[in-house]
Design a protein around this ligand. Sequence first.
Ligand SMILES: [Zn+2]
Length: 409
Amino acid sequence: MAQVLFIVILVILAVDFILERLLAFLNIKESGKELPALLRNIYDPEKYAHQQDYFRTNSRFGMLSSTFSFIVTLAMFAFGGFAWVDGIVMQYVQNPVWSTVVFFGIIFIASDIIGIPFDWYDTFVIEERFGFNKITPKLFILDKLKGYGMMIVLGGGLLSLVVWIYTLTPEYFWLLAWGVITGFSLFMTMFYSQIIVPLFNKQTPLEEGELRTEIEKFATKTGFNLDNIFVIDGSKRSTKANAYFSGLGAKKRIVLYDTLIDKMSNEEIVAVLAHEVGHYKHKHTLINFLISMPTTLILFYVFGLILHSDALAQALGGSVASFHLNALAFSILYSPISILLDIITNVLSRKFEYQADAYAAKHGYGIQLQTGLKKLTATSLGNLMPHPLYVFFHYSHPTLYQRITRISA
Ligand SMILES: [Zn+2]
């Protein structure tokens, strides 16, 4: 049994890697195709050559880093690396809660450290060369340290709580753990902007001035409170622009990047804001949260069933069932299902984007939203011609072409 599971795990890892490489390959081929008329005015020929260079550089780099990470992961599974780490942890830590936390702590820190050279190269070589990077090495290191701190407090805290529940009641573990995770994610959905974002960025209310007046006109018309609109200092990390909606109920907020405000006309900014208000009006955050509840419940139910299986631990080279080895094996065995769920999530998310676009267009900002989206794409050297299959698997937003076609329809 353990032997079969071992082979299944390796096959899943390999198939996933091959699928990703195939999608990336299709995407590169597609990018060289001639642009449809609607997209020809976004880049001038020189800028388009620059964009193609950026796209190809990123694709090559993605190929290199994902191949590296695939080889390391495969080797860890194939040569019993996880069982080896488990053996060392078990020597020093007998408590089942602590041993799991220490085990995942080691795996997380080790894989993050292995990834640092890649992150560094991406930020300080690629993004720098194309003029996007604003991060200083000091801020890069500070971000990393804060990320670790957050992982220790939130990740470690949550993990120890879940394992502790399992030691108390293996029978009802799935239900209680699901309750804890659901409660935590509801809390995070609501307070993310107030608790996590301030660790990394400054959010300020909209300044007095023309933009605020312009936004006020729209906001009062649609009943969205101006106090829930913030500007974030995204420019301390990158010149790329963005905007997003987050939170639920009284904790809702729209966040505009300062880089977005720099690059767009006031009317275009209001159009982007109208799109975000559209997400709010259509209750997209709430729907996403409600959908995640049953899928997480199924995940925990299946997870609870296999947690005591010795074969799963043995597939990784261990001897008896342990929370962390079984969890790790389960995460791979479950990954085909989670890929499927990701596809469904993306299909739904793209539908939501169309709805939010339609909301902005309905309020008279269709033209400005189109020019705004074109500017956003151009200033971030966005890819105009992604392969449809790549979009199907990975895009949370429709392509620029799809969006402007739909808005102007
Ligand atoms: Zn959106």
